[in-house]
Design a protein around this ligand. Sequence first.
Ligand code: XIL
Length: 313
Amino acid sequence: GQLNVLAKLAGKKYFGSAVDNPALADLPYKRKLSDIAEFGQITASNTLKWETVEAVRGVYNFTGGDELVALAKKNHQLFRGHTCVWHSQLAPWVEAGNFGAKELTSIIEDHCSKIVGHYKGDIWDIVNEAFEDDGTFRKTVFYNTLGTEYFEIALRVAHKADPKTKLYINDYNVEGLNAKSDGYYNLIKALKAKKVPIDGLGVQGHLIVGRVPTTIRENFQRFADLGVDIAVTELDIRMELPVTPEKLEQQKKDYATVIRACKAVRRCVGVTIWDYTDKYSWIPGWFEGEGAALPWDEFTRAPLVSLLFGASY
Ligand code: XIL
């Protein structure tokens, strides 16, 4: 094991895991999550989403986030806040209100400044999943009301709330070179030209065994050349069940491909898996018939971990 140790030896800032608060009642799970040799960073996988943190306009619930930040602090781990502006798991009142541009702007400003300011997190995913796979902007309530202005609104207010936080925009299917990652490339270029604070691109990494893109390294490098960091933020590599030795073998190679790309690009700062054990993975609940996406299995054993990462990181 010792994934965080290996990541640091490779010059990265951390190896991390997402966590959802209910899992912390599982003490062996919590103990492993708290091991700094394995995980130097944790991400809140649900509790800081809009529907939870501001379910009622102007009423903030920081209970779950506070629990995770306290745990990270105690463990000497970095904390990643996830996420300010996202169309999914959004509080229904944000869409139902049919707000005009001016009011939606102040709603975003209040939301992002309150949560980023409360946590003074080390890292934040400020905007999540803003593009379609074809490289066009996703037609969310934010885009439909404010156009591309909303990126700037959210990033500027977050930076003001905590100038030290690293600000990311984050999405899936942007691992390799494609129309969607081109969209982010152009967006980040435009934001930088306008001096909007943006520190990095978060590449989620929800991948499928045997179908990992071959251009990850080139893609990471072009963002690095643009002057931003890259982080793999939600890595899991799922397979169709049942598990077979062949699929596990391919999965090992696929994890190594992603890790190697991050290792090869200096500005790829770290890798976070979307929880560390299949016991708490979101995959079986969201992708029918699929699973076994994480390095640890349901029993919190890690038969493959050292092979997965030890040789390759
Ligand atoms: C997932 C959580 O893991 C689930 O528990 C929840 O039911 C749905 O969301 N992209 C993201 C994450 O940015 O927030 C999502 O997390 C997974 C896909």
